[in-house]
Design a protein around this ligand. Structure first.
Ligand SMILES: [Zn+2]
Length: 421
């Protein structure tokens, strides 16, 4: 289906581009390409596995200080925060990229340049975004753009894996009601727009019984491993919606040990995660999975009628789901910015990035990309892989995209924000 941007948003972007300082900043960003790539390399070499972002955060903070941002600090969540103050009371805009990578210390030996690409674990995801923030700031400052709203730049911690978007969550919790629009940079391709949040939950569930000899105790007690098996079978048979996309996966199953190969184990553990683009369907699936677990325990208990299988659970990840109107001003805004860059926009369905946390709090939010891929080139999807690479040519276009979006949302003197405060 064709996506049509409203005249109002088109006009707003045209007015923004007609402001001389905005046009100047746009040019400055292209000229800043080499420096931006250098900083991307510099930051990539400072490794930052999830939960261990301190070294990179310290350097990133120093860069914010050198740029003269206001209120530079590391917050309770370990996030690096700095602000470009607005001239009036336009909306407050958050622009963020995450500090952490999925690679353990020792993964990055060097950054290699080969055939137009930079190679290193984490070179794109999401170190490039950090370098982009710095280049956006230089563009706004260099051209003295008079934006009316504050623009808060944040290098967030714990986006990946078990970090479960923890840095972004802490930042938004601490700034409840203060953020009017949120721009995350965490996609591979600058053509892509993510405006929906795929919610997900990851749990560990433990099943408990008495445990005993496989032969001697048979019939005198229930088997927690059998209860876990029944639970997995019930979960495996669940039916979920195709749209909004909803998924589930039991990913770990563990009980017993080699010494106890002839024992009824006293404990069994499963781990599972499930996802949905709909908050309602996510809650519904949560209820159905835990009902299945209870039923499995009841059946195993009833089978022997002696002891009771019990269970408990631990939640590892809890990320909210949600969607926005595909024609929300922030979505139309970024769509027209990407078109202005001469790129054909692609609107994604669903996503699991820091943007989820903002959408979960009903803040107008989008996630945009890092790399420029001219039409016809293959988009590299090898993130979270030691062979990760990033295309150099035209990389500044992603910075320009972020810059124009930050200004469209914050508003510039004479050009009101597209966001309603
Ligand atoms: Zn990422």
């Amino acid at each position: 289906m064709e996506y049509i941007v409203s005249q109002k948003i088109k006009d707003r972007l045209a007015s923004l581009l007609a402001v001389p300082s905005v046009a100047e900043g746009f040019e400055l960003i292209e000229q800043d390409q080499v420096r931006c790539i250098q900083e991307q390399v510099e930051l990539t070499l400072i490794e930052a596995p999830t939960f261990h972002e301190e070294n990179r955060a310290a350097v990133f903070r120093q860069k914010f200080e050198e740029l003269g941002l206001a209120n530079v600090h590391i917050d309770r969540g370990g996030n690096v925060v700095g602000t470009l103050k607005g001239t009036g009371n336009g909306p407050t805009v958050l622009v963020e990229g995450h500090l952490d990578t999925v690679f353990p210390f020792g993964s990055v030996k060097s950054v290699e340049e080969k055939e137009g690409y930079l190679y290193a674990p984490g070179i794109g995801d999401d170190t490039r975004a950090l370098a982009m923030l710095l280049s956006v700031i230089r563009g706004i400052q260099g051209a003295e753009v008079r934006h009316t709203g504050d623009i808060i730049f944040v290098g967030t911690t714990r986006e990946e894996g078990m970090g479960s978007l923890g840095g972004m969550k802490a930042f938004l919790d601490d700034n409840e009601g203060q953020i009017d629009a949120s721009i995350s940079i965490d996609g591979a391709n600058i053509a892509e727009i993510t405006y929906e949040a795929t919610g997900f939950k990851t749990y560990e569930v433990n099943f408990y019984g008495i445990g005993g000899h496989a032969y001697m105790a048979f019939g005198t007690m229930a088997n927690p491993l059998h209860a876990a098996g029944r639970a997995v079978a019930k979960i495996a048979a669940l039916k979920v919606a195709k749209d909004p996309r909803t998924t589930f996966c039991v990913s770990n199953f563990h009980a017993g040990n080699d010494a106890g190969v002839h024992a009824i184990p006293p404990k069994a553990t499963i781990k599972f995660n499930f996802r949905s683009n709909s908050a309602e369907l996510l809650d519904d699936l949560n209820d159905r999975i835990f009902a299945a677990i209870q039923e499995a325990c009841d059946e195993e208990t009833a089978c022997w009628g002696k002891d009771t299988i019990t269970w408990d659970s631990k939640i590892y990840c809890d990320v909210p789901a949600g969607t926005q109107d595909v024609h929300a001003p922030i979505v139309e805004g970024v769509y027209s910015v990407i078109e202005h860059l001469g790129i054909e926009p692609v609107i994604n369905r669903g996503g699991s990035t820091n943007c989820n946390m903002a959408i979960g709090k009903r803040i107008p939010a989008i996630c945009i990309g890092r790399g420029y891929y001219p039409k016809g080139t293959k988009v590299d999807t090898l993130v979270h892989n030691l062979g990760e690479k990033y295309p150099i040519e035209g990389a500044y276009k992603g910075v320009q995209e972020t810059y124009l979006m930050a200004l469209l949302c914050a508003g510039v003197e004479g050009v009101p924000s597209i966001i309603e405060k």
